[in-house]
Design a protein around this ligand. Structure first.
Ligand code: ATP
Length: 240
């Protein structure tokens, strides 16, 4: 069974036709990256799959369930964790309170203790409010919150955005650890190097279409191709 199968997605914002027949798959335990320049349609693809901006055409299957017309909360209940762009943590709740709200009923490897073990920095800051955290700590909290649901598919939207290179490194290590636990992930990124380090396979989006699909290994060998397809280099990037 695949963690995710999306076929022929056509998605609109009002009259703007954004996605044109986007198709992708994530196998169980597989980490798949969506690469592409600003505005290529990465976020819209994630939103289409999650039911947040339902596609007008196409089909979505998640963990063996037909999910094309399901609302977002039903999709979450299938075992999908989402780390949105901009993190969306609760700014006036402490780290501990943010995590307590997320602790789900689904059984799996992630408990608050294990999450704190993965993010010792969050443990140290557990009584601090969300808004007092740095961008990197907020990203860690958003990932920790999604993990506590013990998802079978983790969806992350540009987790490296705005982070210093050292923190991007930490995000990479966390994603590798999640992968070792056997959790499937779909990751939208502009940081090609991060994506290629953690992913098994890559789809490149441009102008709302999948323009290239390859194994991460193949792409790692060809930084010129990555640059050509995405307009983005293979360096660790921090975006303000
Ligand atoms: P980014 O890195 O900027 O998030 P992206 O690859 O995730 O880029 P999307 O956010 O999916 O790209 O945007 C794809 C296209 O859809 C862009 O042209 C964008 O201007 C447009 N778009 C995004 N959100 C909306 C919206 N709410 N209403 C209208 N157009 C939108």
């Amino acid at each position: 069974m695949k963690a995710l199968v999306a076929e022929g997605l056509d998605t609109f914002y009002g009259k703007s036709h954004i996605l044109h027949g986007v198709g992708l798959e994530v196998g169980e335990g597989e980490v798949v990256a969506l690469l592409g320049r600003n505005g290529a349609g990465k976020t819209t693809t994630l939103r289409s799959v999650l039911g947040l901006t339902p596609p007008r055409k196409g089909r979505v299957q998640i963990l063996g369930t037909e999910a094309t017309h399901l609302p977002p909360h039903r999709i979450a209940m299938l075992g999908v964790g989402y780390v949105p762009e901009g993190r969306r943590i609760f700014p006036y709740l402490t780290v501990e309170e943010n995590l307590a709200l997320a602790t789900g009923k689904r059984k799996g490897p992630w408990s608050p203790d294990r999450v704190y073990e993965l993010f010792p920095g969050l443990y140290e800051r557990r009584f601090h409010k969300g808004r007092q955290l740095s961008g990197g700590e907020q990203e860690m909290l958003a990932i920790a919150r999604a993990l506590l649901l013990n998802p079978r598919l983790l969806v992350l939207d540009e987790p490296s955005q705005g982070l210093a290179p050292m923190v991007v490194r930490l995000v990479a290590e966390v994603l590798l650890r999640v992968k070792r636990e056997g959790t499937a992930a779909l990751l939208a990124e502009q940081n090609a190097r991060l994506a290629l380090e953690v992913a098994d396979r890559v789809y490149v989006l441009d102008d709302g279409k999948v323009v290239h699909a390859a194994s991460a290994e193949e792409m790692r060998k060809d930084p010129g191709l990555v640059r050509l397809l995405t307009g983005i280099g293979g360096e660790w990037r921090s975006q303000a």
